[in-house]
Design a protein around this ligand. Structure first.
Ligand code: 5AD
Ligand code: FES
Length: 346
């Protein structure tokens, strides 16, 4: 199987069947090999730099009902909140003084923020922080809306495709959502000129290795600027509450595959990885990840943005989070850098 790792290293491409055999035949030796190759690619391109993005979870209202997600509309136990413009700008202010130069505004699909509201928020951040990147992660919108947000100054957009298999997509989402629409959104975002992030959950209910190979194939052809993956973690108020969580070991292996097929990509060591394994984010960096996305949301709301159970870093203030992450990355020979960390940047 090492020849497939070498092939990815040389050509950044595998077929679906090759992805399947690689994943099916992985063992400790192969994992060590792929981690080494993937981290050498990261080093060639990024040295020992780790980029940080400040995450502002500004609303947990959501009109969607994804079966796996803790903030889904039908979860009556979810205590809802959304932040005012002032609160959002306050998070950016705190983040800026800590050295963040990317703000990620993430939220559920909250219908109470109209197009104009998002434009106004983006506009005020853009005017106040001309040197920062603004990332939106607010779900499926129309082409026109995406274009408006972009024109007001949003630079990047995160929208995980969740699974590239249509049948699997339907097992995770209600009938009014479709993979087709999700993909259309991703193509629109790219066409408009956003740096686009996509991704999927590892070990989501009903997922097969073939599905994962389809995710990798999709990512390979779409060629996003960022790819976020993390293990599925059950949430107690969803129908998947008794499902088992995804595997960290497989997640790390897939991070290495992603680094080899998309050498310049921004790949976060996600909070979900850190939630299932206390050293998960360090392991993800050693497997090829190069981004951390700590929380800048006000402490009082952090626990409420619970997509899954036992989410970490819901108690610390932003400054503590940042110094904790600094210590963590330094312990494995990396360093956090203060800049926008644009795609393909060395
Ligand atoms: N476990 C892990 N990840 C989840 N997400 C949503 N619910 C869960 C869960 N239960 C992920 C989805 C979404 C991202 C913001 O969080 O992939 O796109
Ligand atoms: Fe938030 Fe460690 S990253 S406390």
């Amino acid at each position: 199987m090492k020849h497939l790792v070498d092939k990815m290293y040389d050509f950044h491409f595998l077929s679906k069947d090759e992805f399947i055999s690689l994943i099916e035949h992985r063992d400790k030796e192969l994992s060590d090999y792929i981690f080494k190759r993937a981290s050498s690619v990261s080093h060639q391109i990024f040295g020992n730099k780790i980029f940080i993005r400040g995450l502002v979870e500004f609303t947990n209202y959501c009109k969607n009902d994804c079966f796996y997600c803790g903030i889904r509309k039908s979860n009556k136990n979810c205590e809802r909140y959304h932040l005012s413009d002032e609160e959002i700008l306050g998070c950016c202010q705190t983040g800026y003084s800590l050295g963040f130069r990317t703000f990620v505004l993430q939220g559920g699909e909250d219908g109470s923020y109209k197009t104009d509201d998002i434009c106004r928020i983006v506009d005020s951040i853009r005017r106040k922080y001309p040197d920062c990147a603004i990332t939106l992660s607010i779900g499926e919108k129309t082409y026109k809306e995406y274009k408006l947000f972009f024109d007001y100054g949003a630079d990047r957009y995160l929208l995980r495709h969740e699974t590239a298999n249509d049948e699997h997509y339907r097992k995770l989402h209600p009938d009014n959502m479709s993979l087709e629409n999700r993909k259309q959104c991703l193509y629109a975002l790219k066409e408009i000129g956003y740096q686009v992030g996509t991704g999927f959950m590892v070990g989501s209910p009903f997922q097969t290795i073939e599905n994962i190979a389809e995710d990798l194939e999709f990512i390979q052809s779409f060629s996003p600027h960022m790819v976020g993956i993390g293990p599925f973690i059950p949430h107690k108020d969803t129908i998947f509450k008794n499902e088992k969580p995804g595997s960290i070991e497989l997640t790390l292996f897939l991070i290495s595959i992603l680094r080899l097929i998309l050498p310049k990509a921004l790949i976060p060591a996600t909070t979900a990885v850190g939630t299932l394994d206390s050293k998960g984010r360090e392991k993800a960096i050693l497997a090829g990840a190069n981004v951390l996305m700590p929380n800048l949301s006000p402490i009082g709301v952090r626990k409420k943005y619970a997509l899954y159970d036992n989410k970490i870093c819901t108690g610390e203030e932003a400054a503590e989070c940042k110094s904790c992450l600094e210590k963590r990355v330094e312990s494995i020979g990396y360093r956090i850098v203060v800049d926008r960390g644009d795609y393909g940047q060395r």
